[in-house]
Design a protein around this ligand. Structure first.
Ligand code: SF4
Length: 219
């Protein structure tokens, strides 16, 4: 019997996320709504204990409506696979849900989201995480770490360290795949190894967190 006095939404997470994604399709809370082809809401397992959050959609993501499907996505999949993880094990989304881009030399190029765009999109991210309630969040890149861990996060100094977040009991940040793909030689190898190590640390933290009592102070 359902609890008549509870306001908690007891519908399956899949259904609640699908409803939220449908609502986001018509979002015009920031100017990125004018240039997007698709809202890239997120994808993966709504029951996942691990959520990976990147920066924002690129051209491939904008045209398909799916996160991490371009070169960066393939690279991320390779790093996940090194830890025995596939997309079925995780939920993946971005800090902003529409492509941030600007004309450079006559072509539309990706650009980092502005603080106002991140703020405008924050409710979608928050509602997503409220539904999934992950045990562990892995942030990829500074904008994600700024939104999830703390506002002054410095990826070069704080990557690989564990934090409590209001969105999950455990949060860690690593390099964004697109950043690693711009590196060469030894720098590329080191950064790739660090990303794989951080993913593996997140996997192990999920196992540990499952043994902890639920944290009722989140959100
Ligand atoms: S980026 Fe986020 S806030 Fe801006 S229009 Fe897209 S969904 Fe809405």
């Amino acid at each position: 019997m359902s609890d008549l006095f509870s306001k908690e939404d007891t519908r399956p997470k899949t259904e609640r996320l699908a409803e939220l994604a449908e609502q986001a399709k018509s979002c015009s809370a920031c100017s990125l709504s004018r240039t997007r082809a698709n809202v890239v809401f997120g994808m993966g397992n709504p029951e996942a204990p691990l959520v990976i959050i990147g920066e924002g959609p690129g051209q491939n993501e904008d045209s398909t409506g799916l996160p991490f499907v371009g070169r960066s996505g393939l690279f991320l999949d390779e790093c996940l696979k090194a830890c025995g993880i596939t997309r079925k094990h995780i939920y993946i989304c971005n800090v902003i849900r529409c492509r941030a881009c600007a004309y450079e030399a006559g072509r539309l190029q990706n650009r980092p989201p502005t603080a106002d765009e991140v703020k405008a999109c924050q409710p979608w991210l928050e509602q997503t995480l409220q539904i999934i309630q992950p045990l562990v969040i892995l942030c990829l890149g500074s904008p994600s770490a700024n939104a999830i861990i703390h506002r002054n996060f410095r990826i070069t100094q704080e990557r690989g360290a564990w934090y409590a977040s209001k969105y999950a009991p455990h949060a860690i940040a690593s390099w964004h795949p697109a950043y690693i793909l711009r590196l060469e030689g030894a720098a590329y190898n080191v950064a790739k190894e660090e990303l794989v190590n951080d993913i593996e640390a997140a996997r192990k933290r999920v196992i540990q967190a499952r043994k902890e009592p639920p944290n009722s102070t989140l959100f």
